[in-house]
Design a protein around this ligand. Structure first.
Ligand SMILES: Nc1ncnc2c1ncn2[C@@H]1O[C@H](COP(=O)(O)OP(=O)(O)OP(=O)(O)O)[C@@H](O)[C@H]1O
Length: 320
């Protein structure tokens, strides 16, 4: 089975959610491709959790749809084998061990008990999982939630802020683990975060939202941008012509500089020298995904400052 067949496409179409007069998610349209890791990014309060909950049929959209392999979650013939989700890592009974929790889940879903120990092994908590869940650290809960999400060997994995509470070693482990699930097993992985650096190294694609709206989407490679050379001169027009002759395209940047579409400083310097033009600065510049993320989401953290009208805070006031 190819990765394309193993994973499943998740399509968000015109998805919106209003809580009273407050629009938490606004006309969100994007596609999550099979066999790839998609980072779902946005500052706190951007609407990530609400969107993921709508994808899983836990919150009813005001309008729009989310389909998994062409079907709404509620219509899936084999939900556990299609989507595994870890939305919040806190809802385990404190008196029960993590292993027992998973065994109950497996039993009620017709999944063999042996799968539980396999998943605990895979997520690195076989011994810890025999202790009561109430004593678990946040990182342990995250791993347990991940093990639970994987029980049905789902084609799609939906994870809400899975790096929260993990230490640097745990975050490194999570990166490798998600890569393995998507690259070796072809699963579709949709993972939310409010911190770009947590997933920029792992994600193939990113979807960035702010104030409930889509602000940018694309592959990490595209958004990170190509390298450019900045060249500053007193003769920008003449230098642009000289660069064009040398087969390089350049665009003006301010009054006295050009942005040249190449990463080869030497070619730019030699073209200027051959044309007898003065150069004041010659440097490389790379559009940085991190800078892009900040510029797109700056000042949009809706959980800071005054509460939005009609909002009693996350999780309150809504019955799906
Ligand atoms: N049940 C609800 N009733 C009213 N407002 C809500 C409800 N659930 C979420 N909101 C509001 O909708 C907005 C989006 O919340 P959501 O939890 O989806 O954001 P998020 O991007 O997941 O942020 P975070 O990382 O902080 O969870 C927030 O301003 C939140 O307060």
């Amino acid at each position: 089975m190819s990765a394309q067949e193993r994973g499943a496409r998740v399509e968000f179409r015109g998805l919106a959610k209003r809580f009273g007069g407050f629009t938490a998610v606004d006309d969100l349209t994007f596609t999550v491709e099979p066999g790839r890791i998609t980072g779902f990014l946005g500052p706190n309060g951007a609407g990530k959790t609400t969107s993921l909950r709508m994808a899983l049929g836990l919150v009813r959209p005001t309008s729009g749809t989310v389909t998994i392999d062409g079907q709404a979650y509620a219509d899936l013939a084999d939900p556990l084998g299609t989507v595994g989700a870890a939305l919040e890592a806190t809802n385990f009974h404190p008196g029960r061990s993590g292993r027992d929790h998973l065994r109950v889940l497996a039993a009620t879903s017709g999944i063999p008990a042996s799968r539980v120990d396999e998943m605990l092994e895979l997520t690195g908590i076989p011994a810890f999982a025999r202790r009561r869940a109430g004593a678990y650290s946040m990182g342990m809960r995250q791993r347990l939630a991940l093990a639970a999400a994987l029980l049905g060997d789902p084609r799609v994995l939906v994870l809400d802020e899975p790096a929260n509470g993990l230490d640097p070693e745990g975050i490194r482990w999570l990166r490798g683990f998600l890569s393995m699930l998507s690259r070796e097993q072809g699963k579709t992985v949709l993972v939310s975060s409010h911190l770009l650096q947590e997933i920029a190294q792992t994600a193939d694609d990113v979807v960035i939202i702010a104030n409930g709206r889509l602000v940018r989407q694309g592959s990490v490679a595209d958004l990170d941008g190509d390298a450019h050379v900045v060249v500053r001169t007193s003769e920008p027009a003449a230098l642009a012509a000289a660069l064009e002759q040398a087969g390089l395209s350049a665009a003006p940047e301010g009054a006295d500089a050009l942005l040249v579409h190449t990463d080869d400083l030497r070619r730019v310097g030699e073209a200027a020298h051959a044309a007898g033009l003065p150069v004041w600065e010659l440097s490389q510049r790379r559009a940085d995904l991190e800078a892009l993320f900040f510029s797109l989401t700056e000042g949009t953290n809706r959980n800071l400052g005054s509460a939005p009208p009609g909002s009693a805070g996350a999780g309150a006031g809504e019955v799906a």
